[in-house]
Design a protein around this ligand. Structure first.
Ligand code: ADP
Length: 301
């Protein structure tokens, strides 16, 4: 099974013709409340591909908690280890202007309470998982505790990049990052060395500093998958991208579901790029994720 330990948010999406300047008031054109948070997104992506998924996280004692859990529930994610706490449900305030340019403010709220102690309360669930999936949207000591309790494979999507101890990062198998995040992780692990600009070099340096395997996501170009056995580039299908928000989370969820099913890392990346490409073709994050039926024809091709 897959256990995701991570963030749960509501994305408040507002549309404006242009972004206001400080002190300025503008009338926007629309508003939506959508379920989000990297942990929840990845849990939904994995569950919709058939994995048995549990989510460990926290929401507030508020009506936003219901919004946050809507698609988790319909996807069949086990939320019995999602605690209700006295902070508000996490919120991402996303403004998108007519050029598609966005600004985002995240209020962690309940997610900020997912430190070591809260994670420890789910130690048994974490230890029993074949795959434990982590991101950078809960406190560093909560991530470290989850990595310590895991006995299965740890998928660490260090996004956003936060400061983690080297042992936790080295527990990742794989570490899933984009180019920007890879550079920041290297700067943390080997601060005295310059950070390379070439993708292949970023990957080989991460392996060199002790990460067991690395998956570097490259947007429309797909991903690079690397471990001690070798390094492979995996191309993404060519699609018309409508909204890339949440594509990285779809990718990580798909990858984790495949690893839990027992396939090799390279095989898992081959499905994950297809799932990422599927997710960019429609609006939204969780609402754009495929089910097994959506990706089956390409899986068998
Ligand atoms: P992040 O948003 O975390 O930086 P990426 O942009 O690398 O992540 O996207 C993750 C995955 O989604 C990619 O590896 C790829 O499979 C897919 N993807 C993203 N953008 C596109 C695109 N324009 N065309 C096809 N696939 C895409």
């Amino acid at each position: 099974s897959v256990v995701v330990v991570g963030s749960i948010n509501v994305d408040q999406l507002i549309r404006v013709q242009r972004h206001p300047k400080p002190g300025e008031t503008l009338i926007g054109t629309s508003m939506e409340f959508l379920p989000g948070g990297k942990g929840a997104n990845q849990a939904v992506a994995a569950a919709q591909l058939g994995a048995s998924v549990r989510l460990v996280g926290a929401v507030g004692r508020d009506s936003q908690a219901t919004v946050a859990s809507a698609i988790l529930t319909s996807a069949g994610v086990d939320q019995s280890a999602v605690r209700t706490v006295d902070e508000p449900t996490g919120l991402a305030l996303v403004s998108v202007d007519d050029h598609g340019e966005n600004t985002i403010v995240v209020i962690p709220g309940a997610n900020a309470l997912m430190g070591a102690e809260a994670v420890q309360a789910s130690a048994g669930i974490i230890a029993a998982a074949a795959v434990v999936v982590l991101q950078g949207e809960i406190p560093a000591d909560g991530i470290a505790e989850a990595a310590r309790r895991a006995t299965g494979r740890v998928v660490l999507n260090l996004a956003p990049v936060i400061e983690l101890d080297a042992d936790t990062i080295r527990r990742a198998d794989p570490l899933v990052v984009n180019e920007h995040e890879a550079a920041l992780v290297l700067a943390q692990l080997a601060p005295h060395r310059g950070v390379p600009t070439e993708d292949a070099e970023l990957v080989s340096r991460l392996l060199e500093v002790g990460v067991a395997s690395v998956v570097l996501t490259l947007g429309a170009k797909g991903a690079i998958c690397a471990d001690r056995e070798g390094t492979n580039a995996v191309a993404s299908p060519t699609v018309v991208a409508v909204d890339s928000a949440g594509a990285g989370d779809a990718f990580v969820g798909a990858l984790s579901a495949q690893l839990a099913a027992g396939v090799s890392l390279l095989q898992a990346v081959r499905l994950a790029v297809r799932v990422g490409a599927f997710a960019v073709q429609s609006r939204g994050t969780q609402t754009s994720y495929p089910t097994v039926a959506n990706v089956l024809p390409t899986v068998n091709a």
